[in-house]
Design a protein around this ligand. Structure first.
Ligand SMILES: [Zn+2]
Length: 238
């Protein structure tokens, strides 16, 4: 005679308890995983900015202590500017010619092409490191000499920036950034940094490198005149 297996009865109460436990564990684990991924992304970004910053230093050693131009050649406001000039100039100084990019770029659809390969970079160069030659509406740009930088520990060289954004113009440099070309060499004013579309990819903050070579993660408020004494504020002006 065959013996029937005893039927396991699961009551609704037991089911609710199991679901509640699963829900509770998810609620605990998910934020931990998200936070650790964010931290890892910030650390990777910091390492990448440091690589670019080091490459920038090597460039200046080779070029009579002058920074690279953000956008080289003559152009007018109406022409499309090549905001990737600095990348082309500095990339030979990056190990193996790789293009380190921010791991937290949200718009991978807008990619930067270099030497036929595609890489999203997501870093901007301080366009105020340009030296302007020419008239107001037609510029020729080259990089400034290191000696003009009064406070290297406070002067921003590179930073996290959104890929593609509204056109903005530096009053004394005349560079425009547009949606198509992405933001690689743009005038980053404190006002712009305070906007939500600024390059604040790391928990509301962004990675910055300075002319003395150090890299720091800063909130946009670090540029606010109300946050610290003016003599200690990071700046984009050499
Ligand atoms: Zn980043």
């Amino acid at each position: 005679m065959r013996q029937l297996k005893p039927r396991v009865a699961v009551s609704i109460t037991e089911l609710i308890v199991v679901l509640a436990v699963i829900g509770l564990l998810t609620a605990i684990i998910v934020p931990i995983v998200v936070a650790s991924r964010r931290r890892a992304s910030g650390a990777a970004c910091q390492a990448h900015v440091r690589q670019w910053s080091l490459a920038l230093s090597l460039y200046t050693l080779d070029w009579d202590s002058s920074y690279p131009a953000a956008s080289q050649g003559a152009f007018s406001h109406s022409e499309t500017t090549d905001e990737t000039t600095w990348i082309k100039l500095v990339v030979p100084y990056v190990p193996r010619g790789l293009v380190p990019s921010c791991p937290s770029i949200r718009t991978p659809g807008r990619l930067q092409r270099y030497r036929g390969s595609t890489a999203a970079i997501g870093y901007a160069y301080n366009a105020r490191l340009n030296y302007v030659v020419g008239s107001a509406d037609r510029h020729r740009l080259s990089g400034r000499h290191e000696a003009v930088i009064q406070f290297p520990a406070l002067t921003v060289t590179l930073l996290d920036a959104r890929v593609g954004m509204i056109a903005t113009r530096s009053p004394d440099v005349g560079i425009t950034a547009n949606e198509l070309h992405g933001l690689y060499a743009v005038d980053f004013t404190p006002e712009l940094l305070a906007q939500p579309e600024g390059g604040r990819r790391h928990e509301g903050s962004a990675m910055y490198s300075f002319a003395d070579g150090h890299v720091k993660q800063l909130l946009p408020t670090a540029f606010s005149t109300s946050s610290a004494s003016i003599s200690r504020l990071p700046t984009f002006f050499p």
